[in-house]
Design a protein around this ligand. Structure first.
Ligand code: FES
Ligand SMILES: [Fe+2]
Length: 459
């Protein structure tokens, strides 16, 4: 038995029911504050969640060519996501097999090999050790695979989104995505060629637990209160007052939008039914951007009858597609949550642009992408900060040790409000917390499980 296997054996602090009873911590209507504040639970999450299930790592468009790489994380493990010289996508541990330092200190680049900055060991981008300086000083055989870089044994993509897990018993990625794949497909298929390319990001860091962001990702209850200033900004120029998230304002639970739990921790907020389904209907609710009227007028002059359809490609799709535990697709953005510690998290908002491989958009594609970048200046700048302020204040509030419970019971126990469908998905009005109750059950299942974790090395 390895040291790792030994420390993961019960009764460890985490495995020991004497210390934590997961059913006590996560109940039907509430969760215990410890799941957000306890460093030992966070440590356990780094294996049970951020290794024990599929985790979003990167997008294929970030490494389009052979030998392209980008550095990312799986939980706290630093990774190099690389498209090796045979085009295979790998998730290498960014860790030298000699003394353990990170091998790659850049965010991204193109490299056939990685040379360790410490003593110069050199590795091919397949992870195989290529050579070490002054090998005469070693008696060992460096062909032993133990000197090759460790890597994530299972890396799979779904339509450009790259996921990885260390859990050999996890179901195939597509099966694990289940019904959440459908809104992902729709989010992509509204674009020419069914694609997006990931651009640079707005990067925020907040002093709070990562689950506070995932709890919030489908929360329709907070919008008019937390985002009041944004709603006012979005609607300050419009006569109708129907811009941006205005559909939350009067009676969100009787609006056609809904929240849907999709299984395996994934959930979906669909606000598209609120929209006027006509060409230009999406663009019509886009909130004002600096210079927008002039830009739009010029766009309409140039593209005439096509303008409405083209402008819709720039508008923010009114969905929140949340893939447990760390990925959200919303508007035109891809949001990724990166835990840093029990009380610190990165919330990164990548912009996306569309591509026009068939030439159907002509020179409009650059204009559309310019407008899409302006949408990056909307919610990611002026909405996310409201949410992040709440997450930090929750983390503070949860320091009240004796006040133990956090409630997520909105909608629970009201007849006919929450509906379970034949495919197992669950729908409810937009402000319900059913998605929180359901995803945290999946969290609990994973925390109780003993995942079959492994790494892999080139032979
Ligand atoms: S730590 Fe990498 S070569 Fe020594
Ligand atoms: Fe919010």
């Amino acid at each position: 038995m390895t040291i790792l296997e030994r420390i993961n054996q019960p009764p460890s602090r985490i495995g020991s029911a004497a210390l934590y009873d997961w059913d006590e911590l996560v109940q039907d209507d509430r969760v215990h504050r410890l799941i957000y504040t306890d460093p030992a639970i966070f440590t356990a999450e780094m294996t049970h969640i951020f290794a024990g299930t599929w985790v979003y790592l990167a997008h294929e468009s970030e490494i389009p060519h052979d030998d392209d790489y980008i550095t990312r994380r799986l939980g706290l493990r630093p990774l190099i996501i690389v498209r090796d010289h045979n085009g295979k996508i790998r998730a290498l541990y960014n860790r030298c097999t000699h003394r353990g330092t990170t091998l790659c200190r850049w965010d991204k680049g193109n490299a056939k090999s990685f040379q360790c900055p410490y003593h110069g060991w050199n590795f091919l981008n397949t992870g195989k050790l290529r050579g070490v300086p002054w090998p005469d000083g070693y008696a060992c055989d460096f062909r032993d695979p133990k000197y090759n870089i460790a890597q994530v044994p299972r890396v799979e993509s779904y339509r450009g989104f790259i996921f990885g897990t260390l859990n050999l018993d996890a179901p195939p990625l597509r099966q694990w995505l289940g019904p959440i794949a459908k809104p992902i497909d729709q989010w992509l298929d509204r674009n020419p060629g069914g694609k997006v390319v990931v651009c640079e990001a707005n990067r925020l860091k907040f002093k709070g637990n990562w689950k506070l962001a995932y709890d919030n990702s489908g929360d329709g209850y907070h919008v008019v209160y937390s985002h009041r200033s944004l709603l006012e900004t979005e609607n300050r120029l419009a006569d109708e007052g129907n811009k941006g998230m205005a559909y939350y304002r009067s009676s969100p639970d009787s609006a056609p939008m809904y929240v849907q739990y999709m299984g395996n921790g994934h959930h979906f907020k669909d606000k598209r039914p609120n929209l006027n389904q006509r060409p230009g209907g999406l663009w019509a609710i886009e909130s004002p951007h600096p210079g927008m009227e002039h830009y739009e007028a010029e766009f309409r002059r140039r593209y005439g009858a096509r303008a409405d359809d083209l402008l819709d490609l720039a508008g923010s799709e009114p969905v929140n597609i949340n893939v447990f535990p760390n990925l959200s697709l919303l508007g035109n953005h891809i949001q990724v949550f990166e835990p840093i510690s029990v009380e610190e998290t990165n919330a990164i908002w990548y912009g996306t642009r569309i591509v026009d491989e068939t030439g159907e958009l002509g020179d409009a594609v650059d204009e559309i992408n310019a407008l899409r970048m302006r949408t990056q200046e909307g919610f990611p700048n002026f909405g996310e900060v409201d949410d992040v302020a709440n997450f930090e204040q929750i983390q503070r509030g949860l320091q009240c040790i004796e006040d133990e419970w956090v409630y997520m019971h909105r909608g629970l126990g009201i007849p006919d409000r929450v509906r379970t469908h034949d495919d197992g998905t669950i729908t409810a009005p937009a402000t319900d917390e059913v998605f929180m109750r359901e995803y945290i059950k999946e969290w609990k299942r994973l925390m109780k499980a003993r995942p079959n974790l492994a790494i892999q090395r080139e032979p």
